[in-house]
Design a protein around this ligand. Structure first.
Ligand code: ATP
Length: 441
């Protein structure tokens, strides 16, 4: 059977991944939890999200599928949601979906479509509710749902049930360590203790098989990206290519006592949210894109430190692209782009602007500066001979009509550039995951 859960957390505390980790333990009474629970990231631009727009999925091979077992499992999940969800927060609208084996084969495709849409597009709550009604009418004994408040979490829950990360699909892993409940920020617990030096060695010992543990981009000192700062139960999270890699890194982390840990299989770091397009005119708000174009204005830096430039697609339509202040040194690259550079941009389209996650410089334009010509006799720079009268060398009496174009070496090279780990979207594929060939072409 499959269980999808979503939307139990708030800015004040909790994390739906914790609930999934608890359930992964308690469901062992009913069967075997298959593989790793799924930590699915959905469309990063949806306004309803608390933090990273996550939904959770569990697949369980049950010892039996009697109506009593089904009822007990649904009751267990509903009780845990009641116990842990932060229902006082307006944005917390929990949902859970239960798919038993009798309906799975028939629902695989439509659920897969919901998953794809939830990652790349926006789904209205009415659409999710209508789908559930339809599925439940067709399989009254094999699909159930549970929701509280407006039930928006059913969108993510359905999507988590439709997620497939096995086979040829790209996926990654995350090891999440959870604090003792008495230490949670929401219970007035102390600040997190995770030894920073141990994080640096965990990173050095396992990269490139793990990533985004430490951000070395910060000017002042490296920053532990894998340790959250909110009131939620997560102590730290290690992301990587395999369960073995994240486990190895996590084992060398020195920290306060943990209550439990869970390794999740996830679509993080896969670029699954990005849609290829060749036209700015096709872009819709709250969607994320990959587009090639030509830079047509140098970046302007706003007061808040954001860098914004214009890109032209092959049809001549213009797109505003932004590297926001938190993207740190990435902005230095953006400031070096000049009109004529051919680039590919990756990012989310919001408020008529593409919020850059990474770029690939395909071809750099030649950069030139205009200088007074040099005297053909003494080699010194000529001076202006007065408005519209060209240039002359006072000493040698030589003259020239026009300024000359001198090439200026570019400070950037063709290739990929990405935002630093602390500014990276969960779904963005970090360059550390690219093969050598992919980085070159
Ligand atoms: P955290 O990262 O801390 O787990 P969160 O960022 O996952 O929190 P949620 O509390 O789950 O945020 O809220 C996101 C809400 O948006 C959920 O109710 C989910 O069902 C809904 N949602 C997710 N994807 C979409 C989508 N593509 N279209 C519309 N609603 C969506």
């Amino acid at each position: 059977m499959l269980i999808g859960i979503d939307d139990t957390d708030s800015d004040a505390g909790m994390c739906t991944t914790y609930l999934a980790a608890l359930l992964a333990d308690e469901l062992k009474a009913f069967g075997t939890v298959d593989g790793f629970p799924y930590l699915i990231r959905l469309n990063p631009t949806v306004p309803y999200k608390t933090r990273g727009n996550a939904a959770l999925g569990l697949s369980v091979s049950l010892f039996d599928e009697t109506p009593e077992t089904k009822r007990e499992i649904i009751t267990l999940v509903a009780d845990k949601i009641h116990e842990y969800a932060d229902l006082s927060c307006e944005k917390t609208n929990p949902g859970a979906v239960f798919i038993f084996s009798g309906s799975y084969n028939s629902l695989r495709r439509p659920l897969g479509a919901v998953f794809k849409k939830a990652v790349t597009d926006v789904i209205e709550i009415e659409e999710a509710a209508a789908l559930l009604n339809q599925f439940e009418a067709e399989f009254p004994e094999d699909i159930f749902h549970f929701s509280l408040k407006n039930g928006r979490g059913l969108i993510g829950s359905l999507a988590a049930c439709g997620a497939v990360l096995s086979g040829s699909r790209d996926s990654t892993f995350e090891y999440l360590a959870y604090r003792l409940p008495k230490n949670w920020g929401s219970c007035g617990g102390p600040p997190r203790f995770v030894d920073f030096e141990s994080l640096i060695s965990a990173d050095r010992n396992t990269a490139p098989e793990t990533w985004d543990t430490v951000d070395y981009d910060k000017k002042t000192k490296p920053f532990p990206v894998c340790v959250p700062r909110g009131n939620d139960p997560v102590l730290f999270g290690i992301r990587g290519e395999s369960p073995e890699a994240v486990q190895k890194a996590a084992e060398s982390v020195i920290s306060e006592e943990i209550e439990r840990f869970q390794i999740f299989q996830t679509n993080q770091g896969t670029d699954a949210h990005l849609i290829f397009t060749d036209s700015v005119l096709e872009m819709r708000p709250l969607h994320s894109y990959i587009l090639e174009g030509t830079v047509c204005s140098k970046a302007e830096t706003t007061e808040g430190g954001h860098d914004i430039f214009k890109l032209k697609d092959s049809g001549g339509a213009l797109l505003e692209c932004a590297a926001y202040e938190p993207t740190g040194n990435f902005r230095h690259v953006i400031r070096e782009l000049i009109p004529g550079d051919k680039i590919r941009v990756y990012g989310s389209f919001k408020k008529e602007t593409l919020n850059l996650e990474k770029i690939k410089i395909l071809k750099l334009a030649g950069d030139f500066k205009l200088e007074n010509p040099a005297c053909s006799n003494c080699g010194k720079r000529m001076e202006s001979a007065g408005g519209g009268q060209g240039f002359r060398c006072k000493k040698c009496k030589t003259t020239a009509a026009d300024k000359i174009k001198t090439p200026v070496p570019r400070k950037i090279r063709a290739g990929y550039y990405e935002v630093p780990p602390s500014a990276r979207r969960h779904l963005s594929k970090p360059l550390i995951r690219y093969s050598k060939e992919a980085l070159e072409f």
